[in-house]
Ligand binder design. Structure first.
Ligand code: ADP
Ligand code: ADP
Length: 231
């Protein structure tokens, strides 16, 4: 599903040049659950942004589902992203002015689905995330765990084949964090590919494979021998 070849990302601001990624070669197969770890500033978010088609590499190639997408213009990247990639962030990134239902409905509006279809899909995912009883609440009226369940509902409502999660449990207590990891595991078992950035060794235990990034390079990789042993 994902393959990068000698991916390089350089940020240039006035006189400063930062190499965030230097020659990253990464392959993620359909159905995998991969964790990316490494110290602050090593390029994790940059890599996730490129994988998620939010940003372009400076050099190298990125193949998403067999198509070279590293050199696409922003408009084409946005079109390709829609309905295919779901994002989950540490800070939830919900829209405060929209209630739970409206937040989750948003991706379906972008996909131009009709209202009846949207309603069915939103209700279904809210029920699954056990948050349907809060559908008229606004994000600020919810606990952190509830907000992250809404964010996951929004990420998966259009049935994307890839979920990208950036420190998804970073703002949660251990009980809610565990719940979020269990939800991601469940989605993965149903076939969704997951790439997650995390600082938490506990969370990385849920992944099939852990990739260690240091100074913009993959320095090591650990494959879990037994999948699903976390249960
Ligand atoms: P991580 O997610 O591992 O903490 P990042 O991918 O955010 O690391 O950042 C990698 C490096 O690139 C850091 O040195 C950071 O300062 C730099 N960087 C990230 N984004 C930008 C940007 N938009 N402009 C300039 N430098 C950036
Ligand atoms: P949890 O045990 O899931 O972490 P909390 O103890 O934080 O939940 O909250 C309990 C209930 O109170 C939640 O169902 C939530 O909807 C509601 N709630 C939490 N914070 C607020 C708030 N600031 N305003 C309104 N309702 C809130």
């Amino acid at each position: 599903m994902i393959r990068t070849a000698d991916l390089i990302k350089v940020f240039r601001t006035d006189e400063v040049e930062t190499t965030a990624l230097s020659r990253v070669n990464l392959e993620v197969k359909n159905g995998e659950f991969v964790a990316i770890m490494g110290p602050s500033g090593c390029g994790k978010s940059t890599l996730l942004n490129i994988i998620g088609l939010l940003d372009n590499p400076s050099e190298g190639e990125y193949y998403f589902d067999g198509q070279e997408v590293g050199s696409l213009k922003e408009r084409s990247r946005t079109l390709l992203r829609k309905g295919r990639i779901g994002f989950v962030f540490q800070s939830f990134n919900l829209i405060d002015e929209l209630n739970v239902y409206e937040n989750v409905e948003l991706p379906l509006i972008y996909l131009k689905l009709k209202s009846s279809e949207r309603k069915e899909m939103v209700e279904k995912v809210l029920t699954r995330m056990e948050i349907n009883h809060r559908k008229n609440h606004f994000p600020q009226q919810l606990s952190g765990g509830q907000q992250q369940r809404v964010a996951i509902a929004r990420a998966v409502v259009a049935n994307p084949k890839l979920i990208l999660a950036d420190e998804p449990t970073g703002n949660l207590d251990s009980k809610n964090g565990k719940e979020v990891m269990n939800l991601l595991t469940e989605l993965n078992r149903e076939g969704t590919t997951i790439v997650m950035v995390t600082h938490s060794h506990h969370d990385s235990e849920y992944a099939h494979r852990v990739i260690n990034l240091f100074d913009g390079q993959i320095i090591s990789e650990k494959i879990k021998e037994e999948m699903g042993e976390i249960y």
